[in-house]
Design a binder for this molecule. Sequence first.
Ligand code: ATP
Ligand code: MG
Length: 172
Amino acid sequence: MQKGFVQVYTGNGKGKTTAALGLALRAAGAGMRVFIAQFAKGMDYSELHAIRMLSGRITLRQYGAACFIDREPSETDIQLATHGFQDVQQAVRDGQYDLIILDEANIGTYYKLFSVEELLELIDARPAHVELVLTGRYADPRIIDRADLVTEMREIKHYYRQGVTARPGIEN
Ligand code: ATP
Ligand code: MG
């Protein structure tokens, strides 16, 4: 089996989660077993429906309530993420997945839902073949340091500045 790398998609521009979902689609097409954990999210995103259409090739679990990318997490948010992180630790150690995406993992460390140390331990605990993707703005410098690939999505323009709110299929 090939060696897996650690990828980070961060920055304030649009495209982090969708890049990870695009990779999941590509990997599933290549027969890879894909696990997606969405932290800080519990809403009904359109990707959930698309993944259901893929008849089990991609597993997606959500470990959040409402999205709180711009507010402090509640006690419920913290509990959901703590449980989620344990679930993810199990999935990583099991070795049954080839691509593991921790969507908004950087938001998780930024808001202290779990620690950078725990995330670094998770990176080190994965079987050698596992490709790990961490998304979300505010990636911690220690995570960036540990990663093999880091892409920063930088906002140059965004229509939210024109007052456009999130649209089904495009933002959620
Ligand atoms: P996407 O899921 O579209 O790939 P992303 O993962 O890069 O985006 P996040 O930081 O997770 O971006 O933000 C979630 C969504 O909210 C994105 O679609 C983004 O375009 C949108 N967004 C980001 N900042 C703002 C803002 N200040 N006001 C409104 N919408 C925003
Ligand atoms: Mg995102």
